[in-house]
Write a protein that binds this ligand. Structure first.
Ligand SMILES: [Zn+2]
Length: 407
């Protein structure tokens, strides 16, 4: 998707030289016209392509060995299964890696390996939505977009800046080892190589929606993802009292998100076969990511982007509130801590709501206790702390909480 986010592109000056001229208004690209340009077992053909592949094989080694990956074997197997299902003729050749980075992003490299960011898994409501993003990335590979883009960059910028872009890849990916933000910013430069013009993005969308429909996923999942992203950005901007404009963000993609969503809606109707049963595989998805979901939510909340975090929590809660989501909501208010907006009260209400669910995390009880104590309800606070200690007897702050109970 090349949803390159602002965070990774801050200071990535080379990105500008890699940007591609926006096309003029074009007719929608039809899914039925999106024939894969490569078959199974594809290898680089031309000399310049072979050079690019050599570089990318090194990059993949770096990525594969990076300690920023989430390497849970079950989850990896699950993701590999999806790409194997929606990867078209190259499905069996593609590899997929999950990076522990709380951003909505996914990128396909020229040799057929994809890196999915953990922030993507947080936002997807079902497997069909995730499959849509992965299928879109597959589309870039099947249509040889990376090579077309690479040639475009070389043609438009001087050869040295193009080479330094690729040369910088190893350095940027090295940041994956350490989580070094400076080096990750370089990774943004790398990813900018894969920021495609509107025609290529539209091709990947049309290819992707066709692939998921053929695999039996509900095609509408793709426009729904865009709808969620647009709403998330809007809410994020409203809380920051800014216009929806994040500089180098996915919203700089061409065509505009609204136009992509509109095109995907029409394409979804086109690829839908009357009478065929499509599934979003929500349960299977929730089972697959269940173990890491608390971590994903926690990562997002720590970004202190209350508008986006609230939108995500509320979107997930459309499938049902639970203790985890109520706790997350309370944490968002507590971390923002705007006195005028009564955030502390909202947080207290959130913790109180969270502990009403059997799956409330132990920390919900702890914070519920803190809020009760602040409100002068000492006995209730003590009961909440007791519950916390029962659930997390070995928590690092357990001695402190015991002390609080005594006082
Ligand atoms: Zn894309």
């Amino acid at each position: 998707m090349s949803l390159v986010t602002r965070r990774f592109l801050l200071g990535a000056g080379a990105a500008a030289s890699a940007s591609v001229v926006t096309g003029t208004a074009q007719a929608r690209i039809l899914p039925r016209d999106m024939v894969p340009l490569i078959g199974p077992g594809y290898r680089a053909v031309d000399p310049d392509e072979k050079g690019l592949w050599q570089q990318m094989e090194r990059v993949e080694e770096e990525v594969a060995g990076s300690n920023i990956l989430i390497t849970d074997p079950k989850l990896t197997h699950y993701l590999q299964g999806i790409i194997g299902h929606v990867g078209g003729p190259a499905a069996k050749d593609m590899r997929i890696y999950l990076a522990h980075i709380p951003e909505f992003n996914a990128v396909m490299f020229p040799t057929g390996f994809a890196v999915v960011f953990s922030g993507l898994l947080l936002r997807m409501r079902n497997e069909a939505q995730l499959a849509g993003v992965i299928a879109h990335e597959s589309g870039h590979f099947l249509r040889k977009h990376q090579l077309r883009q690479w040639r475009d960059v070389k043609r438009k910028s001087d050869i040295f800046s193009a080479l330094s872009l690729v040369g910088g890849m190893a350095g940027g990916v090295a940041g994956l080892y350490t989580g070094d933000l400076q080096q990750l910013a370089q990774l943004g430069t790398i990813l900018s190589l894969f920021r495609y013009n509107r025609e290529l993005e539209a091709e990947a969308d049309a290819t992707g929606i066709r692939l998921i429909a053929e695999a039996g996923y509900a095609p509408n999942a793709m426009p729904e993802t865009w709808q969620q992203l647009i709403a998330e950005e809007d809410l994020s901007a409203r809380y920051r009292r800014k216009r929806r404009d994040r500089g180098y963000s996915l919203f700089e993609t061409h065509p505009a998100p609204e136009a992509r969503m509109a095109d995907l809606r029409i394409s979804a109707a086109e690829v839908t076969v009357p009478g065929k049963v499509y599934d979003d595989h929500r349960e299977r998805y929730l089972t697959a990511i269940g173990a890491i979901r608390p971590m994903l939510i926690d990562d997002q909340i720590k970004l202190n982007d209350p508008g986006a975090s609230l939108y995500i929590v509320e979107t997930l809660a459309r499938d049902g509130w639970n203790g985890q989501l109520r706790f997350a909501e309370a944490e968002i208010w507590r971390l923002r801590g705007d006195i005028k907006q009564h955030d502390a009260e909202r947080a207290a209400q959130g913790y109180a709501a969270a502990v009403g669910y059997a799956d409330a995390p132990p920390d919900a009880w702890r914070w519920h206790g803190v809020m009760l104590q602040k409100a002068g309800r000492a006995a209730d606070a003590r009961a909440a702390y007791a519950r916390y200690l029962a659930l997390a007897p070995n928590a690092p702050d357990a001695p402190f909480v015991r002390q609080q109970m005594g006082s």
